[in-house]
Design a protein around this ligand. Structure first.
Ligand code: HEM
Ligand SMILES: CC(C)=CCC/C(C)=C/CC/C(C)=C/COP(=O)(O)OP(=O)(O)O
Length: 315
């Protein structure tokens, strides 16, 4: 009796451990921010609340595709992940999951995503999401990452696409404002990643991945972080300048942008080696907060100021 109970507990713990490995395979925290940006895209696409069907099923489909892309990335990057200290503990790199399990898992998630989006959201969103999945898992991971120090600039397009997916999930149409949100994430990606790459450059060098600090050195990468941060601050003015967002957003973007500029300038002459990771950490808080400001401005402040939703559309 006791032995049976112990065996049951043991089996339960083993199942939990396997579920945890599959969950880790989806890069849950990165995907959470991607999906957050997609959901904000949905809210910005219409006055008031988006239709619940597009909101729920669109979010599910985009999440499934991003999780599938993250699993495929780890399948293709097995060798690299095994060599780098930061990634050696990942399910596939550590041997906790086998490649066949990862392929099946990624294909199921990818297929489920396409079904949900094509059948219950719209075909445009399904096609663009598929392009994002292939862009990240195949174009970036299998080719660009190994080929050029500009890998993450070009590959960043895939990571920047979620707000567009959110927008099209709700409206079925591409809109210049959605592309503007995509541009913001695209320009944000280099300082986000290169800050981490500066700190982890030895990892990348050992794995023979031609990241910018490995190929051109830390000083050169710091200048690039600063350049893209200045560009980011300018690009984040566009939602206000094009009439997409109001002064509440502008204030938030200015304060957040000022913070990012402070970090990027300080990174030119950092107090210690770990400072690059502080810049990386700030980049994540920055993007989350910037998109929260976009939503608050659109949803709470603009209607209150205007006495209702008034959308000043381009053209
Ligand atoms: C090509 C584009 C990108 C590259 C190369 C990149 C690279 C990275 C790397 C190497 C990490 C560390 C991951 C780890 O240690 O497991 C990371 C973390 C993170 N990235 Fe990115 N990233 C990109 C785009 C994005 C995008 C578009 C988002 C969201 C909109 C994002 C959100 C995050 C978050 C939230 C983390 C922290 C994860 C954690 O704390 O576990 N990244 N990124
Ligand atoms: C459908 C859709 C929108 C897909 C989204 C694609 C996606 C999951 C983008 C995230 C970008 C990311 C985590 C890059 C890091 O990869 P890396 O291999 O350079 O980092 P690593 O060394 O930590 O694995």
């Amino acid at each position: 009796m006791l032995a049976a109970a112990a065996a049951k507990t043991h089996a339960g713990a083993a199942v939990t451990a396997v579920v945890r490995q599959y969950w880790a395979l989806t890069k849950p925290r990165i995907v959470a921010l991607l999906v957050f940006c997609a959901v904000i895209g949905m809210f910005l696409a219409v006055p008031g609340l988006p239709p619940w069907r597009a909101l729920l099923l669109g979010t599910l489909g985009i999440w499934l595709a991003s999780a599938s892309a993250a699993a495929l990335n780890q399948l293709i990057d097995q060798r690299i992940d095994r060599v780098m200290a930061r990634t050696a503990h990942r399910p596939l790199a550590s041997g906790a999951l086998q490649p066949r399990q990862v392929i099946v898992f990624a294909l199921i998630l990818g297929a489920a995503s396409m079904l949900v989006l094509a059948l219950w959201v719209n075909v445009l969103t399904a096609v663009l999401t598929f392009a994002g999945l292939i862009g990240y898992a195949v174009v970036y991971t299998a080719f660009l990452k190994r080929a050029t120090p500009q890998n993450i600039v070009i590959g960043g397009i895939a990571g920047a696409v979620p707000p567009v997916l959110g927008w099209t999930a709700v409206t079925g149409q591409l809109h210049p404002y959605a592309l503007l949100l995509c541009l913001i994430i695209f320009v944000w990606t280099p300082p986000h990643f290169w800050a981490l790459a500066i700190f982890r450059r030895d990892d990348y060098a050992r794995a023979c991945v031609p990241m910018l600090p490995v190929v051109y050195g830390v000083e050169y990468t710091r200048w690039h972080v600063l350049f893209y941060t200045v560009l980011l601050v300018l690009v984040t003015l566009l939602p206000y300048l094009t009439g997409m967002s109001g002064v509440f957003y502008l204030g938030g973007a200015a304060v957040l942008g000022g913070g990012f500029l402070y970090y990027a300038i300080r990174l030119m002459n950092p107090p210690d080696e770990r400072f690059a990771m502080k810049v990386f950490g700030y980049s994540i808080v920055y993007l989350m907060a910037l998109f929260a400001f976009l939503l608050l401005d659109h949803w709470l402040v603009a209607p209150a100021l205007q006495g209702g939703f008034v959308y000043r559309r381009i053209g």
